[in-house]
Design a binder for this molecule. Structure first.
Ligand SMILES: NCc1[nH]cc(CCC(=O)O)c1CC(=O)O
Length: 309
C-alpha cells in the first residue's frame, strides 16, 4: 500500500500546471485517492529560461524535458506530465510515454487584431510565431505576410499581440482551452489546409520502463485512441526529422479500429510542400505513420527534401 505521495514532475508555466492538475484530478477520480497522495513538483527547464531565441536555433525539443527526465531516471519523480508535442521522438533510455489523456482539440487557433481570419489579413500584415511549421504554413497560404518570431508562454505572446507587435498570432487551441481562454481565438484553422503539429493537443505522461506500480496507476487514465493517434503522428515525425528544424505537420483521427492520417512537409518559406494521406488499423498506428514519413520523403526527394541536408 502506497503511503508516500506520488511525485509528479512538470514545468511551471500556467499551461504546464493546468495539465499537471488535470492529470492529478483524473488519477484521483480513477483510483479514489485524495489530493495529498500527489505532489506536483515544478521544475524549470532550459526551454523556459531561454526566451529570446528561436528554439530550433538553440537545440530543439529536448530543452523542455532534460531536467525533468534526469529526475525521472534517478527516481526523484514518479512520472512527468508533458505536452506530447514538445517531446522529442527519441526518449532517454529507460523512459517511455506510458499514458495519454483524451486529446483536446488538435487544431491551431488564429488570433487576429486587424482581421478575424488569416485569409482576410491586409496585404503585408505581420504575424508573430516562433514555430517553423506555422511560419511555413502561413507563407504557403499568404506569401505576402511578414512573419516575425514570437516566443514565450501563451500569456506573453498574447501580451505582445495586444501591444501591437503583430497583427495576428497563432496558438494551439488546446492550450487556450486549458487556460480557460475560449474566447481568445478569432478563427479556428482547418486542419486540412493548416495541419497541426504531430501530437498537438495531447497530454502525455512519461515514466520509467518496468515500473509496474506506476504503470498500474497510469493505465487507469490512458486513452487508447489518443495513444494510437499520437503514435502514428510521432512515427511520421520520427521518420522525417526528430528535431524541430523542419516544418512538419500531420494529424491522425481514430474511429473505432480505423485510423486516418494526413501529413505535410514544407520548405521553410512555404513555397514548396508535399502531402500524404493514409489509413489503416489502429493496431498499426506507429508503422502507418513511419511509412507515411518514408513515402512523403520519397515523393519529396526528387525536388526539395535533399537540399535540406
Ligand atoms: N510549444 C509550446 C506548446 N506546447 C504545447 C502547446 C499547446 C498545448 C498542446 O499542444 O497540447 C504549446 C503552445 C502552443 O503551441 O500554442
Amino acid at each position: 500500500m502506497q503511503t508516500k505521495p506520488f511525485r509528479i514532475g512538470t514545468r511551471g508555466s500556467p499551461l504546464a500546471l493546468a495539465q499537471a492538475h488535470e492529470t492529478r484530478a483524473r488519477l484521483m477520480a480513477a483510483h479514489g485517492l485524495p489530493e495529498d497522495m500527489f505532489e506536483i513538483v515544478v521544475l524549470s527547464t532550459k526551454g523556459d529560461r531561454i526566451t529570446d531565441r528561436s528554439l530550433a536555433l538553440i537545440g530543439g525539443k529536448g530543452l523542455f524535458t532534460e531536467e525533468i527526465e534526469a529526475q525521472l531516471s534517478s527516481g526523484e519523480l514518479d512520472f512527468a506530465v508533458h505536452s506530447s508535442k514538445d517531446m522529442p521522438t527519441k526518449l532517454p533510455d529507460g523512459l517511455y510515454l506510458s499514458a495519454f489523456l483524451p486529446r483536446e482539440d488538435m487544431r491551431d487557433a488564429f488570433i487576429g487584431r486587424s482581421a478575424a481570419r488569416l485569409l482576410d489579413l491586409p496585404e503585408g500584415a505581420t504575424v508573430g510565431s516562433a514555430s517553423l511549421r506555422r511560419q511555413a504554413l502561413i507563407k504557403r497560404l499568404r506569401p505576402d505576410l511578414n512573419v516575425i518570431v514570437f516566443r514565450g508562454q501563451v500569456e506573453t505572446r498574447l501580451a505582445k499581440l495586444a501591444e501591437g507587435q503583430a497583427d495576428a498570432t497563432l496558438l494551439a487551441y488546446a492550450g487556450l482551452k486549458r487556460l480557460g481562454k475560449l474566447d481568445v481565438p478569432t478563427e479556428i484553422l482547418d486542419p486540412v489546409s493548416f495541419p497541426p503539429a504531430p501530437a498537438q493537443g495531447a497530454i502525455g505522461i512519461e515514466s520509467r520502463i518496468g515500473d509496474a506500480r506506476i504503470d498500474a496507476l497510469l493505465s487507469a487514465i490512458d486513452d487508447r485512441p489518443t495513444r494510437a493517434a499520437v503514435s502514428c503522428e510521432r512515427g511520421f515525425l520520427g521518420t522525417l526529422d526528430g528535431s524541430c528544424r523542419t516544418p512538419i505537420a500531420g494529424y491522425a483521427t481514430v474511429e473505432g479500429d480505423d485510423l486516418q492520417f494526413r501529413g505535410m512537409i514544407l520548405t521553410p518559406d512555404g513555397s514548396q510542400f508535399h502531402e500524404i494521406e493514409t489509413s489503416g488499423p489502429v493496431s498499426d498506428a506507429e508503422r502507418l505513420g513511419s511509412a507515411a514519413g518514408q513515402a512523403i520523403r520519397d515523393k519529396a526527394r526528387a525536388d526539395f527534401f535533399e537540399s535540406w541536408g
